[in-house]
Design a protein around this ligand. Structure first.
Ligand SMILES: Nc1ncnc2c1ncn2[C@@H]1O[C@H](COP(=O)(O)OP(=O)(O)OP(=O)(O)O)[C@@H](O)[C@H]1O
Length: 362
């Protein structure tokens, strides 16, 4: 199921002219304040009628200005999650979850138990929203959105109102949803960390236009787009799998560029993980380094070099993955780095975005 969006709309002083596709998985709309993210979301939701445009989910047409089609919001089959959970205060969690259900598909209790289990909210069913933490409330809001059997989930900064521990608590559930709900999730964010952890696809919005779009690993490691995410946050995302828990407390991970070792990762063997390797944490050596403390040294090949305000971003190919290194222009010259050169990437730090599925929820 694919969401396709093409919109044009002029406000005084601001013109939206944006087109992108969001496949199943989580598509992050990323851009500065005022770039047009909320306007896009409103147009998809049916809260804004664009002067021209087309919005479809699979075969269903939500908006088509040429054909005069503009479904009202309540007929679009969209589940919403906002910054604030907006639960009904006088209803219990169970009643809140079933609220949309009364109208759509009565008696689907198997759905309820599946969603309750996926979100870990079984022990909260009899409570009212006032007795929930912010993170718990957001989990209930996610559950309510899914139980309305939407074709599409819209999330507008759903974590923005939560403190860091509450964010951490809810991220694994968003990951489950992304991997198992089988529907497109359109997710507004201006947090690079959230995008790196959650997004499948990233759509960059600037001045009402889509300036770039693509898979998250490409967007964060492409020197053309990566700097837009903030210079200290850019780097590679690597797919890995837990390979073994070693006796000395390290966890061995398998990646397509070879094994990596991390301080113990609390995940079972076989669990898939997303690793983040920030460009500033990667050193480049032209010969295999000897006698260094770094555990993770991977053979790689230089793909290209891009000047980036005093430093150089070096794209390295390792296996079928891309690693980005930020080094000084002086080092790049001293090492005679050039496309095709075989090098070693020395990873000073690797962090795990845990909870891809199955373990971090406990
Ligand atoms: N109804 C309106 N009338 C006039 N201008 C509008 C209207 N709605 C939005 N805009 C303008 O469109 C631009 C984009 O706003 P929008 O809220 O979509 O940005 P955003 O990327 O979601 O920002 P933020 O991250 O701060 O929420 C802004 O300049 C805003 O002032």
């Amino acid at each position: 199921m694919m969401l396709k969006v093409a919109l044009r709309h002029a406000f005084p002083g601001f013109t939206l002219d944006a087109a992108f596709e969001a496949p199943a998985g989580l598509t992050a709309l990323f851009g500065q304040s005022g770039s047009g993210k909320t306007t896009i979301v409103n147009a998809v939701a049916g809260l804004l009628r664009p002067s021209s445009g087309r919005v479809t989910v699979g075969d269903t047409v939500l908006t088509d200005s040429d054909r005069g089609i503009f479904l009202p919001p309540h007929r679009r089959g969209i589940g919403y999650v906002f910054q604030e959970a907006r639960l009904f205060p006088h209803l219990t969690v169970r009643q809140n979850l079933l609220f949309g259900h009364w109208f759509t598909a009565p008696g689907r209790t198997s759905d309820l138990s599946r969603v309750v289990e996926m979100l870990g909210i079984g022990h909260l069913l009899a409570r009212r929203p006032a007795a929930l933490s912010g993170g718990e409330r957001q989990r209930v809001a996610l559950g309510r959105a899914i139980l309305s059997h939407p074709r599409l989930l819209l999330m507008d900064e759903p974590l923005a109102a939560l403190d860091q521990p509450r964010k951490e608590e809810i991220l694994p559930y968003l990951e489950r949803l992304r991997d198992h709900a089988g529907l497109p999730i359109l997710y507004v964010s201006h947090s690079t960390a959230e995008v790196a952890r959650l997004a499948t696809t990233v759509v960059l919005v600037d001045g009402g236009r889509v300036t770039a779009a693509g898979p998250v690993a490409d967007m964060l490691s492409d020197p053309a787009t990566a700097p837009l995410f903030g210079s200290s946050d850019i780097g590679a995302i690597l797919a890995a799998r837990v390979d073994a828990q070693e006796a000395d407390g390290l966890t061995r991970l398998a990646t397509s560029s070879g094994p990596l070792f991390l301080p113990r990762v609390a995940a079972p063997v076989g669990a898939p993980l997303r690793l983040r390797i920030l460009a500033q944490d990667v050193m480049i050596a032209t010969a295999a380094p000897q006698g260094i403390s770094a555990l993770n040294v991977i053979p790689a090949r230089v793909r290209d070099l891009t000047d980036s305000g005093g430093s150089v971003l070096v794209r390295l190919e390792a296996g079928d993955q891309v690693i980005l290194a930020r080094i000084t222009a002086r080092s790049a010259r001293a090492l005679h780095l050039a496309p095709g050169l075989a090098v070693h990437a020395v990873l000073k730090a690797v962090s795990v975005a845990p909870g891809t599925i199955g373990f971090s929820a406990g």
